[in-house]
Design a protein around this ligand. Structure first.
Ligand code: ZN
Length: 140
């Protein structure tokens, strides 16, 4: 199996981004964290890691709980603040785990997120209006 960490990401499905923001909002004031999967270069799935410890001091992913063979392209987590700048812990994680990393922040609306590459530099990933398995008809 080839590693997909360097695969070019064309965008993120709007429904997936919406789901990420909804989970962020419902986790608040705790953080949530997960892993991103893609299909055809589009981020379309969030995997919540079993055993993730979540508190107001941060969400720690337990990578030992990731099913073997799962192919992910990056990480996602929320910040219980209005700042989506990665912390030093976040930057260390970004370098280890994939090529696209999303941080959401309060109030978790459609502007409350930023994506980063593995060096922690801001990148722009287009939001693509495409439906995968998750549906939500709410307008935003
Ligand atoms: Zn963080």
């Amino acid at each position: 199996m080839k590693r997909v960490s360097k695969r070019y990401i064309k965008g993120i499905a709007k429904s997936t981004l919406h789901l990420i923001l909804e989970i962020s909002k419902s986790s608040y004031p705790n953080e949530f964290s997960g892993l991103l999967k893609e299909k055809d270069g589009v981020v379309n799935e969030v995997i919540l890691i079993p055993g993730t410890y979540s508190s107001t001091k941060g969400a720690l992913m337990d990578f030992y709980n990731i099913p073997i063979g799962i192919r992910t392209v990056g990480t996602v987590h929320s910040h219980p603040s209005i700042i989506y700048t990665p912390s030093s812990v976040d930057l260390a994680l970004f370098r280890k785990k994939g090529s696209v990393h999303i941080i959401t922040c309060y109030p978790y609306d459609n502007k409350s997120w930023q994506s980063y590459n593995s060096n922690g530099e801001k990148i722009t990933i287009p939001v693509i209006d495409i439906e995968f398995e998750y549906r939500d008809d709410e307008e935003w």
